[in-house]
Design a protein around this ligand. Structure first.
Ligand code: CUA
Length: 185
Protein backbone atom coordinates (compact mmCIF):
# COMPACT_ATOMS: atom_id res chain seq x y z
CA UNK A 1 0.00 0.00 0.00
CA UNK A 2 1.53 3.35 -0.97
CA UNK A 3 1.19 6.59 0.95
CA UNK A 4 -1.80 7.85 -1.06
CA UNK A 5 -3.71 4.60 -0.55
CA UNK A 6 -3.11 4.57 3.20
CA UNK A 7 -4.29 8.20 3.44
CA UNK A 8 -7.43 7.32 1.49
CA UNK A 9 -8.11 4.38 3.83
CA UNK A 10 -7.55 6.65 6.84
CA UNK A 11 -10.07 9.18 5.50
CA UNK A 12 -12.60 6.45 4.66
CA UNK A 13 -12.29 4.82 8.10
CA UNK A 14 -12.58 8.24 9.81
CA UNK A 15 -15.63 9.07 7.70
CA UNK A 16 -17.34 5.75 8.48
CA UNK A 17 -16.54 6.14 12.19
CA UNK A 18 -17.95 9.69 12.25
CA UNK A 19 -21.07 8.55 10.37
CA UNK A 20 -21.47 5.68 12.88
CA UNK A 21 -21.17 8.10 15.82
CA UNK A 22 -23.80 10.42 14.34
CA UNK A 23 -26.10 7.47 13.59
CA UNK A 24 -25.63 6.15 17.14
CA UNK A 25 -26.46 9.60 18.56
CA UNK A 26 -29.51 9.88 16.29
CA UNK A 27 -30.77 6.41 17.30
CA UNK A 28 -30.07 7.05 20.98
CA UNK A 29 -32.41 10.07 21.01
CA UNK A 30 -35.33 8.27 19.31
CA UNK A 31 -36.61 6.08 22.18
CA UNK A 32 -35.15 7.91 25.14
CA UNK A 33 -38.40 7.83 27.08
CA UNK A 34 -39.19 4.16 26.41
CA UNK A 35 -36.00 2.43 27.60
CA UNK A 36 -34.08 4.95 29.73
CA UNK A 37 -34.02 5.10 33.49
CA UNK A 38 -34.55 8.83 33.66
CA UNK A 39 -31.35 10.77 32.91
CA UNK A 40 -28.91 8.02 33.93
CA UNK A 41 -28.80 5.99 30.68
CA UNK A 42 -28.47 8.96 28.27
CA UNK A 43 -25.67 10.41 30.41
CA UNK A 44 -23.84 7.08 30.37
CA UNK A 45 -24.25 6.84 26.60
CA UNK A 46 -22.94 10.36 26.20
CA UNK A 47 -19.93 9.58 28.37
CA UNK A 48 -19.11 6.44 26.34
CA UNK A 49 -19.53 8.35 23.06
CA UNK A 50 -17.24 11.15 24.23
CA UNK A 51 -14.70 8.59 25.45
CA UNK A 52 -14.68 6.76 22.08
CA UNK A 53 -14.29 10.09 20.23
CA UNK A 54 -11.49 11.24 22.54
CA UNK A 55 -9.57 7.96 22.14
CA UNK A 56 -10.01 8.10 18.36
CA UNK A 57 -8.80 11.71 18.04
CA UNK A 58 -5.85 11.22 20.39
CA UNK A 59 -4.80 8.16 18.37
CA UNK A 60 -5.20 10.10 15.09
CA UNK A 61 -3.10 12.98 16.46
CA UNK A 62 -0.40 10.59 17.72
CA UNK A 63 -0.13 8.97 14.28
CA UNK A 64 -0.30 12.12 12.13
CA UNK A 65 1.45 14.87 14.17
CA UNK A 66 4.98 13.36 13.93
CA UNK A 67 4.55 13.39 10.12
CA UNK A 68 4.12 17.16 10.09
CA UNK A 69 6.65 18.72 7.68
CA UNK A 70 7.86 20.91 10.55
CA UNK A 71 9.61 17.85 12.01
CA UNK A 72 11.00 16.49 8.72
CA UNK A 73 14.76 15.84 8.86
CA UNK A 74 14.97 17.84 12.09
CA UNK A 75 17.90 15.70 13.26
CA UNK A 76 19.98 16.06 10.05
CA UNK A 77 22.13 19.02 9.12
CA UNK A 78 21.16 20.41 5.71
CA UNK A 79 23.80 20.26 2.97
CA UNK A 80 22.44 23.46 1.43
CA UNK A 81 20.36 26.44 2.55
CA UNK A 82 18.14 28.32 0.11
CA UNK A 83 16.73 31.69 1.12
CA UNK A 84 13.29 32.55 -0.19
CA UNK A 85 11.54 35.91 -0.08
CA UNK A 86 8.04 36.22 -1.53
CA UNK A 87 6.62 39.40 -2.92
CA UNK A 88 3.54 40.40 -4.92
CA UNK A 89 3.83 38.63 -7.35
CA UNK A 90 7.09 36.70 -7.54
CA UNK A 91 9.54 34.66 -5.50
CA UNK A 92 13.12 35.72 -4.86
CA UNK A 93 15.41 32.73 -4.26
CA UNK A 94 19.05 32.94 -3.31
CA UNK A 95 21.97 30.89 -2.03
CA UNK A 96 22.81 33.88 0.15
CA UNK A 97 20.74 35.76 2.70
CA UNK A 98 18.34 38.24 1.07
CA UNK A 99 18.53 41.90 2.07
CA UNK A 100 14.92 43.03 2.71
CA UNK A 101 15.87 46.64 1.84
CA UNK A 102 17.21 45.65 -1.56
CA UNK A 103 15.98 42.13 -2.31
CA UNK A 104 17.71 40.25 -5.09
CA UNK A 105 18.29 36.60 -5.89
CA UNK A 106 19.36 34.09 -8.50
CA UNK A 107 17.19 32.45 -11.15
CA UNK A 108 19.30 29.31 -11.62
CA UNK A 109 19.04 27.68 -8.20
CA UNK A 110 20.40 24.12 -8.16
CA UNK A 111 19.72 21.61 -5.44
CA UNK A 112 21.66 18.38 -4.87
CA UNK A 113 19.68 15.15 -5.20
CA UNK A 114 19.29 12.82 -2.18
CA UNK A 115 20.58 15.41 0.31
CA UNK A 116 18.71 17.35 2.95
CA UNK A 117 18.21 20.96 1.87
CA UNK A 118 16.71 23.75 3.93
CA UNK A 119 14.46 26.51 2.62
CA UNK A 120 14.21 29.62 4.81
CA UNK A 121 10.98 31.17 3.65
CA UNK A 122 9.72 34.65 4.40
CA UNK A 123 7.64 37.38 2.77
CA UNK A 124 8.33 41.05 2.15
CA UNK A 125 4.67 42.09 1.97
CA UNK A 126 1.61 39.90 2.55
CA UNK A 127 1.23 36.20 3.35
CA UNK A 128 1.98 33.92 0.41
CA UNK A 129 2.24 30.17 0.03
CA UNK A 130 5.42 28.37 -0.97
CA UNK A 131 4.38 25.14 -2.70
CA UNK A 132 6.94 22.92 -4.43
CA UNK A 133 5.63 20.82 -7.35
CA UNK A 134 7.39 18.10 -9.34
CA UNK A 135 7.30 17.86 -13.15
CA UNK A 136 4.02 15.89 -12.96
CA UNK A 137 2.42 18.90 -11.21
CA UNK A 138 2.14 16.94 -7.95
CA UNK A 139 2.58 18.93 -4.73
CA UNK A 140 5.78 17.66 -3.05
CA UNK A 141 5.89 19.84 0.05
CA UNK A 142 4.91 23.35 1.13
CA UNK A 143 5.03 25.99 3.81
CA UNK A 144 3.63 29.49 4.24
CA UNK A 145 5.67 32.55 3.48
CA UNK A 146 4.77 35.13 6.08
CA UNK A 147 5.97 38.69 6.70
CA UNK A 148 7.98 38.93 9.92
CA UNK A 149 8.61 35.17 10.15
CA UNK A 150 11.12 32.78 8.63
CA UNK A 151 9.59 29.37 8.11
CA UNK A 152 12.08 26.51 7.88
CA UNK A 153 11.25 23.75 5.41
CA UNK A 154 13.63 20.80 5.07
CA UNK A 155 13.30 18.26 2.27
CA UNK A 156 15.24 15.57 0.45
CA UNK A 157 14.58 15.36 -3.30
CA UNK A 158 14.94 11.81 -4.60
CA UNK A 159 14.02 12.61 -8.22
CA UNK A 160 16.20 14.87 -10.36
CA UNK A 161 14.52 17.37 -12.65
CA UNK A 162 12.84 20.74 -12.75
CA UNK A 163 10.58 21.65 -9.83
CA UNK A 164 8.08 24.48 -9.89
CA UNK A 165 7.10 26.79 -7.06
CA UNK A 166 3.56 28.09 -7.01
CA UNK A 167 1.92 30.42 -4.55
CA UNK A 168 -0.63 28.54 -2.44
CA UNK A 169 -2.25 31.46 -0.64
CA UNK A 170 -4.50 34.00 -2.33
CA UNK A 171 -2.40 37.16 -2.16
CA UNK A 172 -3.91 39.60 -4.64
CA UNK A 173 -4.71 40.19 -8.28
CA UNK A 174 -1.52 38.51 -9.57
CA UNK A 175 -1.68 35.45 -7.33
CA UNK A 176 -2.18 32.99 -10.20
CA UNK A 177 0.97 34.11 -12.06
CA UNK A 178 3.21 33.96 -9.01
CA UNK A 179 5.71 31.19 -9.64
CA UNK A 180 9.35 30.22 -9.80
CA UNK A 181 11.44 27.09 -10.28
CA UNK A 182 14.68 25.29 -9.41
CA UNK A 183 16.57 22.27 -10.64
CA UNK A 184 17.47 19.14 -8.71
CA UNK A 185 20.64 17.41 -9.97
CU1 CUA B 1 1.43 34.99 -3.55
CU2 CUA B 1 -0.67 34.02 -3.92
Amino acid sequence: MNEHDSLLVLFLVSGILLAAIFYFLYRSTLNAAADSEGLKAPLKKRFITMLVMAVFFIAALAVTLPKSPYFSYADQAPSKVIHVGARQFFFIMSNKEIDPENPSGETDIEIPKDQVVEFRVTSFDVTHGFGIYNDKAELVTQTQSMPGYVNILRWKFAEPGKYSILCLEYCGSGHQVMQSSFTVK
